[in-house]
Design a protein around this ligand. Structure first.
Ligand SMILES: Nc1ncnc2c1ncn2[C@@H]1O[C@H](COP(=O)(O)OP(=O)(O)OP(=O)(O)O)[C@@H](O)[C@H]1O
Ligand SMILES: Nc1nc2c(ncn2[C@@H]2O[C@H](COP(=O)(O)O)[C@@H](O)[C@H]2O)c(=O)[nH]1
Length: 218
């Protein structure tokens, strides 16, 4: 993997920034804000076999594919990770992620705990994971209804699986409780900013410090 430059001009390895949560806790909302407001961050657009929701755009929100195409993507090793979630298949196309990291960008993932486990197995040092919790079960249910994009049956199904999803919270590096979007965004943004400054991924620091030392000796 090649490296990019941080805002201070020092080279560093790109990171994979993962958001997971029970359905409806706010990952998509926070992801959109991060992409709008954090330069150098690219969204990983997943492939899925689920039906398109009203307002979703193919190629932007997801790559909507049929089951046969998804199967081909698996057998062709085109997915970095994949999982079955709520009876549909979801997966991360490998090529765009590798291209973004190679260009020195960070990549944002909105994926479930199964996908996060697979990314960690492949690249532990480069994965930063955040689990988003809702403030309460009733808020979670309200949010699923207020999104107004899923049937009552789909919402019941997602609520019934929320507890199992949440049982994976302790596998994550950071936990954010999404009471208020602006506050939750500020917390997630602080995590990304701090992780970008981690010494281990700042490959240009050795040269930078050497150059400072040689200036001091001159
Ligand atoms: N802090 C918040 N307070 C109130 N409503 C919120 C908050 N955060 C998100 N929402 C709303 O809750 C709904 C669900 O949010 P969102 O779609 O971001 O969840 P998600 O975690 O991405 O869900 P899924 O896993 O199903 O894709 C949306 O209508 C969103 O506007
Ligand atoms: N393992 C993966 N999980 C993914 C991926 N893309 C999305 N997801 C997760 O699926 C559920 C449902 O999403 P929805 O858009 O149908 O509401 C949610 O938890 C997502 O995080 C993926 O590529 N891999």
């Amino acid at each position: 993997m090649t490296t990019g430059h941080g805002t201070d001009g020092v080279e560093r390895r790109g990171l994979m920034f993962v958001l997971s949560s029970p359905s409806g806790a706010g990952k998509t909302t926070l992801s959109r804000l991060l992409i709008e407001r954090m330069p150098g961050l690219r969204m990983s657009v997943s492939a899925t076999t689920r039906a398109m929701r009203p307002g979703e755009v193919d190629g932007k929100d997801y790559l909507f594919v049929d089951k046969a195409r998804f199967e081909q993507m698996i057998t062709g090793d085109q997915l970095l990770e994949w999982a079955t979630v709520f009876d549909n298949r979801y997966g991360t196309p490998r090529a765009p992620v590798e291209a973004a990291l190679s260009a020195g960008q960070d990549v944002l993932f909105d994926i479930d705990w199964q996908g996060t486990q697979q990314l960690r197995e492949k690249a532990r040092a480069d994965v930063v994971s955040v689990f988003i919790l809702p403030p309460s079960a009733s808020d979670l249910e309200k949010r699923l209804h207020s999104r107004a994009q899923d049937s009552d049956e789909v919402i019941r199904n997602r609520m019934s699986r929320a507890s199992h999803e949440m049982s994976h919270w302790a596998e994550y590096d950071y936990i954010v409780i999404n009471h208020d979007v602006d506050e939750a965004f500020a917390e997630v943004q602080s995590i990304l900013k701090a992780e970008r400054l981690k010494r281990e991924r700042r490959t240009g620091l050795v040269g930078f410090v050497r150059s400072l030392q040689s200036q001091l000796q001159a």
